[in-house]
Design a protein around this ligand. Structure first.
Ligand code: FAD
Length: 379
């Protein structure tokens, strides 16, 4: 049982504590994994929708998604299953632009289906030659008659192959102010999955090809040229929650390490009786608490603080994901050979946490955000 004392922190309202309890009970009976990754993800989205948890991922009228709720949900789900967290998170990231910037009609068409789990969402920004440097994307969208026509490629797109729509960013002009955002249904003619990508912690991931994909003029989200800002604001909202997922993985790694070291015989006692082990466990707990404080501070700032919290969100994502990797690594080390054995939970956690340091702004990019903000303030 992970440490739950953080729920008493002043960042939370009673509804958050209730949510954490409900999700924890629900997560105890997650559907068993099968050999079909796509089917597993579809099941998870459907069940999260039926249980009502996906409502957290979308705006409610003018109310933006509650970041503390999202973060608590991701932490709790990731503790139990990285795939469940993934399925939850992508519903938010993929529909985030619609929640934040969509028209009433776009919200009405897509958000109820995302919230019920009937439509699977995806966020398509990265290209083979433009990852961190997203402002340099090459995919284009041109108004031909009364339809937008998209040409280009997107890669590393989560839910690629199983999504019902791809929130796609494409160039309608020059520079970062020449990017626009579009809702592209998965069955749009000319859109295809060019390649499925297998990563160390598998989830549906693909390279997509847009070959003169035509969508109606009203498929654009926001105004032409606003796409980059829309993308960055969506990422900013969800960045803290990536840290929260890492926190859930780290808490689980510590739990596993405590259970294993208390059980493992060493001389006349156990591994947990050893001072070197205890120092490791203490460092793991310290990193977890520091990550949790940064995450829930940033989430609180976003929900109620009323401040531009880009720096706090970047700090939370950077620290929590890097710390989770160190915690998972320590847990593997404490398990000895068992730690690198397939099927042992800490081996899975070690792989699960790795990509979180890369996507939605790699650690190097988060450092850049923090430093630029500091330097701007010092001017
Ligand atoms: C599992 C997974 C899921 C993903 N899901 C999605 C998705 O759903 N939608 C989507 O659009 N994208 C997705 N991505 C893509 C992800 O956002 C990119 O991989 C990420 O932005 C990095 O881009 P890149 O891979 O092109 O690496 P690059 O940008 O080429 O970076 C390579 C290295 O250079 C460093 N670097 C880059 N710029 C700088 C700089 N200015 N200063 C210092 N160092 C720098 C990076 O930090 C990194 O270490 C996913 C990626 C992964 C691995």
């Amino acid at each position: 049982m992970p440490d739950r004392s953080f729920l008493a922190w002043p960042f939370f309202d009673p509804k958050h504590r209730e949510l954490a309890d409900n999700l924890r009970s629900w997560s105890d009976s997650l559907p068993a994994r099968t050999n079909d990754l796509d089917a597993d993800c579809r099941t998870l989205v459907a069940e999260l929708g039926q249980a009502g948890f996906l409502k957290l991922c979308v705006s409610d009228g003018d109310r933006r998604p509650d970041v503390r709720g999202l973060a608590l949900a991701r932490e709790t789900l990731a503790y139990h299953s990285a795939l469940a967290d993934f399925s939850f998170a992508m519903q938010g990231l993929g529909s985030g632009a619609i929640s934040l910037f969509g028209t009433i009609e776009q919200k009405r068409e897509w958000l109820p289906r995302v919230a019920s789990g009937q439509a699977i969402a995806a966020f398509a920004m990265t290209e083979p030659a433009a990852g961190s440097d997203a402002a340099n994307m090459q995919a284009t969208a041109e108004l031909v008659g009364n339809a937008w026509e998209l040409i280009g490629e997107k890669t590393y797109i989560s839910n690629g192959g199983i999504a019902d729509f791809y929130l796609t960013f494409a160039r309608t002009g020059e520079g970062s102010r020449g990017i626009s955002a579009f809702i592209i249904p998965a069955d749009a003619e000319g859109l295809s999955v060019a390649e499925r990508i297998d990563v160390i912690a598998p989830h549906p991931l693909a390279r997509l090809k847009y070959d003169k994909v035509r969508v109606p003029a009203d498929a654009i989200v926001g105004e032409p040229g606003e796409g980059f800002r829309i993308g960055m604001e969506t990422l900013n909202l969800f960045r803290v929650t990536v840290g929260a997922a890492a926190l859930g993985l780290a808490r689980r790694a510590l739990e596993e390490a405590i259970a294993f070291t208390r059980d493992r015989r060493l001389g006349s006692g156990t591994l947990a009786d050893n001072a070197v082990t205890q120092a490791k466990l203490a460092d793991m707990a310290l990193e977890i608490d520091a990550a949790a404080l940064l995450i829930y501070r940033a989430a609180w700032q976003q929900d109620v603080g009323g401040t531009d919290n880009r720096r706090a969100a970047a700090m939370a994502k950077l620290y929590a994901t890097e710390a989770a990797q160190r915690v998972a690594d320590a847990a593997v080390q404490l398990h000895g050979g068992a730690g690198v054995t397939r099927g042992v939970k800490v081996e899975e956690l070690y792989r699960d946490v790795r990509a979180l340091r890369i996507y939605e702004g790699a650690s190097e990019v988060q450092r850049q955000i923090i430093a630029r903000d500091l330097l701007k303030e010092a001017r």
